[in-house]
Design a protein around this ligand. Structure first.
Ligand code: ZN
Length: 454
C-alpha cells in the first residue's frame, strides 16, 4: 500500500468523530427543496458546503444561481497537473419530514443509537455527501492524487428543474472525465454495489383525429373510421405477442448484453415473486428471453401512460369522437437516444397510420440513457476500492429509472459511476431515515481507495 493511501486511511480513522459532527451540522439545516418556507435554509445548506470546500483549500468555490436553488461548485486541484479530474456529485436537499408522528427522534437532529444514525437526509444523501467530503479531506491531507470538482445541487428531490440551465451557463467549469455519484444504495451491508447504467426516457403525446366534430354513430358508424379505434389499433401494433417492440429500428442502437454482463446481473438479488406481489398484477409479462430484472433495467420499453377519447361520463352517448390521444413513454437503454426513439415511432406511424385518420406526434421530455462500461478504468477503480474494504466483489447493478442529473451530465459527455452506502431499510423519504454507521465508515475508506486507484 502506498504511503499516502495508508496515511489517508489512518486520517479517516482518527477523524471519524469530526466527520460525524460535521454531518450533524449539515443535517441540522432543514434544506427542504419543495417547501418555499425553507428557501433560506436551502441557501444556508449550500453556503455550509461552500464553506466546507473553502476549508479544504478549494481554489474556486461558487454558488450558481441560474437554477431554482443554489448549486454549489468547487474545484480542488492536485499538485500534479496531469492528474485526472473527478466530478463529485451530491445533493443537499431533502424530502419533507412530515408526517412527524412516526419519527422516534427529531428529524433534523443527528441521533446515534447503537450502530445506527437517524435523521432526515442521513441516507439520502447528506451522509453520502459527507462521506465523499471526508474521503477528499483525507486524501488532501495525505497527498491528493486527482483533481476534484464538486457539484452539489439543491433540486434533486424536485426533479432538478434548473440544473440544465446551470450546467449550460458554466459548462467549462464542470468539465471532467467522469462523475462520482454516491446517491445509489447497497443491497445489503455485505454487498457493495456499483450502478453502471440507468435507463433514459422519451415522452410523447400521440393525437389521432378524424371527423371535424363528434359524429352520430347511427348516421356515420360503419363508414367513418373511429379515431379512438384507429389509435387503439396503432397502439396494439407497437408490440408483438412476445412483448417485443415493433417500431422500425427501435432496437438498432441497443447495446447487446454480453454473457458476462448477464452473469453479473444474475448475481443481483432480485425476487420475481416478490416483485409480482408488489405490483399486484395477476402475472408477469414481457420478453421471454430476458429475466424480469433484465426486462426492467436493461431492455427498452414502450408504455401507454394514458388514454383520452370520446365520451366517458355516466350513461351512454352514441358518438364517433372527433379525436383521441395517448400519452406514450419509452424507457431507453444505451446507446439509444430520445431523438432516435422519436424517429422510430414516427416511422412506425408513417407506415401504419391509415389514410382515414390524421395523426400528430408531440415530443415532450427526453433524457438519454446513462451507461459506463463495467470494464472502464473508473468502474474498475471503484470495484477494487469496494473490494479492498468489503473483501468481496461488488454487485454490478443497472437501474430502470432515469436520474435527471445523470442524464444531463451524460448528454454533456460526462458519464457517472454510481455507488452509495445506504442500506435497503434506510427509509429514505420516510420517517426514521437511517444510516448504518459502520457501513458509512467503510464507505469513506472505500472512497479513499477509489481516489488513489484512479
Ligand atoms: Zn438522493
Amino acid at each position: 500500500m502506498s504511503d499516502s493511501r495508508a496515511q489517508a486511511l489512518a486520517y479517516v480513522q482518527r477523524h471519524l468523530a469530526d466527520f460525524e459532527a460535521a454531518l450533524g451540522e449539515l443535517i441540522a439545516i432543514p434544506s427542504i427543496s419543495t417547501d418555499p418556507a425553507h428557501k433560506d435554509d436551502m441557501r444556508r445548506a449550500a453556503q455550509w458546503l461552500a464553506d466546507r470546500l473553502q476549508r479544504l483549500g478549494a481554489q474556486r468555490v461558487a454558488l450558481f444561481d441560474e437554477g431554482v436553488h443554489p448549486l454549489v461548485f468547487g474545484e480542488l486541484r492536485a499538485e500534479r497537473d496531469d492528474a485526472p479530474t473527478v466530478l463529485v456529485y451530491g445533493h443537499y436537499d431533502v424530502q419533507p419530514a412530515e408526517p412527524l408522528d412516526p419519527w422516534e427522534t427529531p428529524p433534523f437532529e443527528l441521533v446515534r443509537r447503537g450502530d445506527m444514525l437517524y435523521a432526515r437526509g442521513v441516507a439520502d444523501m447528506k451522509g453520502q455527501v459527507m462521506a465523499a467530503l471526508a474521503a477528499v479531506e483525507a486524501v488532501r491531507a495525505a497527498g491528493q492524487p486527482v483533481h476534484f470538482k464538486f457539484l452539489f445541487e439543491g433540486e434533486e428531490e424536485i426533479g432538478s428543474p434548473g440544473v440544465a440551465r446551470v450546467l449550460e451557463a458554466h459548462a467549462d467549469d464542470f468539465a471532467a472525465a467522469f462523475c462520482l455519484n454516491p446517491d445509489a444504495g447497497m443491497h445489503d451491508r455485505d454487498m457493495p454495489s456499483i450502478t453502471y447504467a440507468l435507463r433514459g426516457l422519451a415522452y410523447f403525446e400521440l393525437w389521432v383525429s378524424g371527423p371535424s366534430h363528434d359524429l352520430h354513430s347511427g348516421l356515420y358508424g360503419g363508414a367513418i373510421h373511429n379515431p379512438a379505434q384507429a389509435l387503439a389499433e396503432l397502439i396494439a401494433g407497437m408490440h408483438d405477442a412476445q412483448g417485443r417492440v415493433t417500431l422500425p429500428g427501435f432496437y438498432d442502437a441497443v447495446r447487446p448484453l454480453s454473457d458476462e454482463e448477464r452473469q453479473r446481473l444474475a448475481q443481483v438479488p432480485f425476487d420475481d415473486e416478490a416483485f409480482l406481489q408488489q405490483a399486484g398484477a395477476p402475472g408477469l409479462w414481457g420478453e421471454p428471453d430476458y429475466s424480469v430484472y433484465e426486462r426492467t433495467t436493461a431492455r427498452p420499453t414502450v408504455e401507454v401512460n394514458g388514454l383520452l377519447a370520446g365520451f366517458t361520463g355516466e350513461g351512454s352517448k352514441t358518438i364517433i369522437p372527433a379525436r383521441a390521444m395517448a400519452k406514450i413513454s419509452m424507457r431507453l437503454v444505451a446507446d439509444q437516444t430520445p431523438e432516435h426513439a422519436a424517429a422510430s415511432l414516427r416511422r412506425y406511424l408513417e407506415q401504419h397510420a391509415p389514410p382515414t385518420v390524421r395523426w400528430e406526434l408531440v415530443e415532450m421530455v427526453g433524457a438519454p440513457p446513462a451507461y459506463v462500461d463495467m470494464h472502464a478504468p473508473q468502474v474498475q477503480a471503484l470495484a477494487q476500492a469496494l473490494q479492498a474494504v468489503w473483501q468481496r466483489e461488488p454487485l454490478y447493478v443497472r437501474g430502470g429509472g432515469t436520474i435527471p442529473i445523470v442524464a444531463e451530465l451524460q448528454r454533456r459527455g460526462i458519464p457517472s459511476v454510481l455507488t452509495g452506502f445506504a442500506l435497503p431499510g434506510a427509509n429514505a423519504h420516510g420517517p426514521n431515515e437511517n444510516l448504518h454507521r459502520p457501513t458509512w465508515q467503510k464507505g469513506i475508506q472505500a472512497l479513499v481507495h477509489f481516489f488513489y486507484n484512479l
